[in-house]
Design a protein around this ligand. Structure first.
Ligand code: ADP
Ligand code: MG
Length: 238
């Protein structure tokens, strides 16, 4: 029987991005097959966050194209707005809305997708349960520890079951013990979900614990990709 090549979840082609005279992404290409967790490692300032923002639609590249599956989300003339991209994102600083309860924060992506309240509540509870915060629905973010806030952010990212998850150094504000605990929990959760993920970190151990492959970035390009175990599908630089 012929082998079917793995479907591509993300394809970045020859993307360039400049801030003034500073070339931050320099003709960068990257392909991530469906279901692959790829860690993006590299020194501060090499363009990791810029690449994630571009995938999220928060920035537009000066040149190049991006595809999610077969859908083009960016080219020279066109950029699909962030709310129309089927993705969830977790930031270093949690980025929860302080005036909303935990449940309201987590429900937000479902509201954006027009999902009716009864189903919304059900899915919010399921997502909070998955991150170990089943009893925290009515709390406010300021009543929670950093680790708990990041669990809420994770629940918000996964609640709508997006095709793609983006993480920008989600554990780097937490102390070492908590980082290890959450890293292990996230590794289990991400594998259960099977969602394609791009996970930015500057911590080699974290990358090894979480990812199928590690992409090393330097000065706006992907230098190389290391495969960590025998992955079902393999990412490669185009
Ligand atoms: P990393 O996440 O790898 O640390 P970034 O993608 O945040 O790197 O930044 C890459 C480069 O782009 C840095 O030199 C940074 O100073 C610059 N940069 C990032 N965002 C902006 C911005 N909004 N305006 C101007 N320069 C920026
Ligand atoms: Mg960054």
């Amino acid at each position: 029987m012929p082998l079917t090549p793995p479907a591509t979840a993300i394809r970045v082609e020859n993307v360039c991005h400049r801030f003034g005279s500073n070339t931050v992404l320099n003709n960068l290409s990257l392909t991530v097959p469906q279901g692959t967790i790829i860690a993006l490692l590299g020194p501060s300032g090499c363009g990791k966050s810029t690449l994630l923002k571009l995938l999220a639609g928060l920035l537009h590249p000066d040149a190049g194209q991006v595809f999610f599956g077969t859908q083009k989300v960016v080219d020279g003339r066109f950029s699909l707005p962030p709310e129309k991209r089927d993705l969830g994102m977790v930031f270093q600083d949690y980025a929860l809305w302080p005036h909303m309860t935990v449940a309201q924060n987590v429900a937000f992506p479902l509201q954006m997708r027009g999902i009716a309240r009864p189903l919304r509540q059900q899915r919010v509870l399921a997502a909070l349960d998955r991150v170990g915060l089943a009893d925290f629905e009515q709390r406010r973010p300021y009543e929670l520890s950093g680790g708990q806030q990041q669990r809420v952010a994770l629940a918000r990212a996964i609640v709508a079951e997006p095709q793609i998850l983006l993480f920008d150094e989600p554990l780097s504000n937490l102390d070492r013990d908590l980082r290890e605990t959450l890293c292990t929990e996230m590794a289990v959760l991400l594998r259960q979900l099977g969602t394609t993920a791009v996970y930015v970190t500057h911590d080699q151990q974290e990358a090894e614990a979480l990812a199928h492959a590690i992409a090393r970035m330097k000065q706006g390009v992907i230098e190389r990709i290391d495969y960590l175990q025998k992955p079902a599908v393999s990412p490669f630089v185009a």
